[in-house]
Design a protein around this ligand. Structure first.
Ligand code: FES
Length: 352
């Protein structure tokens, strides 16, 4: 393209002063046309040799794309599926996948790069202003649409054939119900399963490390012991679901250190049992400070005071940890005296 080929359209600066153009603010057009910067011709617009160079570059990119596509097909045919090559830093990978990826990627890249280079250097770059116009249709167009609609309704006899109309509306109303029915696949509903755990009166507290029932003498002051309900074994098919609700922390405090009255009543000789599941988003709590009786959740640092009803003293958890009421059976083993009275785990479930 040479400078002679440039269209004779008016450039923005010229348009601004054309009849009807807005270049100064007035009452009707309160904003002056800011205009566009003066148009600058590209080197390809004024130098035929530069335009030829761009043309050759674009043609080269498209040619490389063609060759890459041929190479893609050749690789697909020639490279065995099980051949591996070493590529740093990926290690050993499939030679076929590598060849297909590289050749196809190159073919697509060259098409895109060629198109972009073509558009940026050789296609017309004359700025065109498109004047705004009212969005609403003209009265004639609206009248025609109404007339067409009435004509269509008349020809379909929708108003006259009420049986067809009513059954069609019925069918259109009912058909979305198929999507609603599919929601059933999200079930079954959890019902009360999330509100109850395996703990119940008489269930022994079993040490999760030794798998032995716990006696009060097994729990030393200052230690943290994890416990599960008797009968729950790791090979049970729902072990993970059940332990995620029933896992316990057992701590022995000096009874005089327990500030919360209910906590003292639900403990045995200073031994307290709390849910191990953080009430924020359910991480297992595992850090215990024996001096302060605080337990800390490692996920977001919620901190609970085990000497004061496990209330939250820091962090995002919304509730105290649920406490399990415990006692000792006739054989001297620690046992639960019921289930948790609140849902364990994240505050999402709320109480009640
Ligand atoms: S899960 Fe425990 S603080 Fe977030």
């Amino acid at each position: 393209m040479s400078s002679q080929d440039i269209p004779e359209e008016k450039l923005p600066a010229e348009r601004a002063s054309a009849p009807g153009a807005v270049d100064v603010a007035d009452e009707k057009n309160p904003f002056a046309d800011p205009g566009l910067p003066p148009h600058e011709h590209r080197i390809q617009d004024v130098d035929e040799r530069a335009a030829k160079r761009s043309e050759r570059t674009v043609a080269l990119l498209f040619t490389v794309s063609m060759l890459a596509t041929v190479a893609f097909i050749a690789a697909f045919v020639a490279i065995p599926v099980d051949k591996a090559v070493y590529v740093w830093p990926l290690g050993h990978i499939s030679a076929l996948n590598l060849a297909l990826g590289l050749t196809l990627g190159l073919a697509l890249f060259c098409i895109g790069a060629g198109a972009v280079h073509w558009a940026r250097t050789l296609m017309s770059d004359v700025e065109i202003a498109d004047e705004r116009h009212p969005i609403e249709a003209s009265p004639e167009v609206r009248a025609k649409v109404h007339a067409d609609f009435r004509q269509g309704a008349k020809e379909s006899a929708l108003g006259r054939r009420k049986l067809i109309r009513n059954t069609m509306f019925g069918a259109l109303t009912l058909v979305p119900l198929s999507g609603v029915v599919l929601l059933r696949d999200l079930g079954p509903l959890p019902e009360e399963k999330l509100r109850h755990t395996l703990w119940k009166r008489g269930k022994l507290l079993v040490n999760m490390n030794t798998n032995e029932p716990l006696r009060p003498s097994d729990v030393a002051v200052g230690s943290l012991t994890f416990a599960k309900p008797e009968g729950l074994e790791e090979h049970d098919h729902d072990f993970q679901n059940e332990i995620a609700k029933a896992a316990l922390m057992i701590v022995r405090l000096q009874p005089g250190d327990i500030k919360d009255k209910r906590e003292l009543e639900w403990s045995h000789e200073g031994i307290v049992a709390y849910s191990k599941i953080c009430t924020h988003v359910g991480c297992p709590i595992s850090l215990y400070e024996q001096q302060t009786h605080h337990v800390l959740c490692p996920c977001h640092q919620s901190t609970f005071d085990l000497s004061d009803g496990a209330r939250v003293i820091f962090g995002p958890a919304g509730h105290a940890l649920p406490q399990l009421r415990i006692g000792v059976n006739d054989e001297g083993y620690l046992e639960a005296l019921g289930d948790f009275e609140e849902p364990v785990g994240p505050a999402f479930w709320e109480r009640g």
